[in-house]
Write a protein that binds this ligand. Sequence first.
Ligand SMILES: Nc1ncnc2c1ncn2[C@@H]1O[C@H](COP(=O)(O)OP(=O)(O)OP(=O)(O)O)[C@@H](O)[C@H]1O
Length: 351
Amino acid sequence: MSFLKVKGLHRRFGSVAALDGVDLVVASGSRTAIVGPSGCGKTTLLRMIAGFDVPDGGTITVDGVVLADAQNQLPAHKRGIGLVAQDGSLFPHLTVSDNIGFGLDRNFDGREKLVSELIDMVGLERSMLARKPEQLSGGQQQRVALARALARKPRLMLLDEPFSALDTGLRATTRRAVTEVLVAAGITTILVTHDQNEALAFADQVAVMRAGKFSQIGSPREIYARPVDAATARFLGEAIVLPADIADGFADCALGRVAVVGGARTGRADIMVRPEQIEVLAYGEDGKDVTGMASQIDFSGPSYDVTITTDAAAPFVMRLSLPSRNVLGEGDRVRLRVAGAAHVLSGPGSQ
Ligand SMILES: Nc1ncnc2c1ncn2[C@@H]1O[C@H](COP(=O)(O)OP(=O)(O)OP(=O)(O)O)[C@@H](O)[C@H]1O
């Protein structure tokens, strides 16, 4: 069931079209991740939904109620939407307890109990309630910011790169903890992130933004395996894009004859395979496989990076990361095979 609907949203700042016709539908209780390069409009969109900025055109509705359109603007505090920003934005002079309870009525009898429940919910010790934010780690501060946003029982939670200031380990732990809390509370959530792995791991719907609009919206697997174009493919991970001749469900390309998905497309088109689909096998005579040579080996413990150049008259060069079980040597010969199907990218010139 759709919960949030954004339709035709526009916002200009001078000559910059920060939002250039954004459409988005978010289902009740779901998790959406918005990814896209810096400056593409992600924060502007969240600020519009939260009610901190006003669109030039388009509509935002939640549960069938219009929050913003050309005529109406529901004030931010009446929208029932929580926002957790990159730095948590805690009040430095207030204790953790007062930060969490900030939006609650001072005279509300159950205030202390609710604050204690919220700190439990985000997995922090109650002994931290008396501390000031500066006495907490970055990850703990983000959990307090989440508890503060949850205190107002939001219908929709907006997370604007809330984990980006944390180092890799803490980032994954905090993300998992926050996801658990939001899922348990059944709160519809939108996460903005630069980190494609984070987006794919967090969301049931990923929306890829480019220059003020979404280039593709879909499930993490769909977006990863079936990107609309090469730019979207590369934004979500390493991609090998190569020209091919397509007929009868197969593509003839520099990696041999590869099965394709993507409709009844025939003729010349670009195809994409993910590097993990490339099987690098010991060299040997097998007329079906493409052969090549290894070079530029960078060993980094569990895996290593290697450049493979195919043996064709017009060689195809690709950089792969392989597990360190059998590290290839400089100049080693290999056979190559593509596991699974390649994806046909849409349109000419999608490279
Ligand atoms: N208040 C403002 N005044 C002028 N330009 C603005 C304003 N806010 C945003 N912009 C511009 O609008 C565009 C979109 O900005 P926005 O902050 O939404 O991008 P973003 O995708 O969130 O970027 P980042 O990932 O770097 O945070 C940018 O070109 C930005 O410079």
